[in-house]
Ligand binder design. Structure first.
Ligand SMILES: [Zn+2]
Length: 147
């Protein structure tokens, strides 16, 4: 390496180090702000739900909180949930656990449900698509599976 090349390499290295330092400073700041948000959220969430959330996390079930998809299916394990439980979830009275994977279930906003990615977006803008689809799913033969 000539002296000229060495000087160029050193100035390049200096620039790379400067960018790396700036990058890690940004990352550190982002991490700090996420930590702060995390602490605030954990503070606000009722203890029993937080405990359930942590249990699911330890069990490797992430995301631990999922929306219903395709009418009455868990957005985590995609198993069908019983109609009674679906009713509970949709009324939003409490967070219910999926009977198959224990993830916490919530009802998606009607507009969001069509975007769950499992099916092409049909019924997209009509009112009450979830209700209609749930009714349709109920009458549709499904692959047999042990109950
Ligand atoms: Zn599930």
């Amino acid at each position: 390496m000539t002296m000229e090349e060495t000087v160029r390499a050193l100035t390049d290295l200096s620039e790379v180090d400067r960018r790396l330092a700036a990058e890690s400073e940004l990352t550190k700041r982002a991490a700090n702000s996420l930590e702060g948000r995390r602490a605030a959220l954990r503070e606000a969430i009722p203890g029993n739900f937080l405990a359930a959330y942590d249990d699911l996390g330890r069990a490797g079930r992430r995301p631990a909180v999922v929306a219903l998809v395709r009418g009455a299916h868990c957005g985590g394990c995609y198993m069908r949930i019983p109609p009674q439980l679906e009713g509970f979830v949709r009324r939003g009275q409490s967070l219910c656990s999926c009977p198959h994977c224990r993830r916490l279930l919530f009802a998606p906003a009607p507009a969001a449900e069509s975007g769950s990615g499992l099916e092409p977006t049909r019924h997209a803008a009509k009112p009450g698509p979830a209700v209609k689809r749930a009714a349709a799913n109920r009458g549709r033969p499904k692959k047999p599976r042990p109950s």
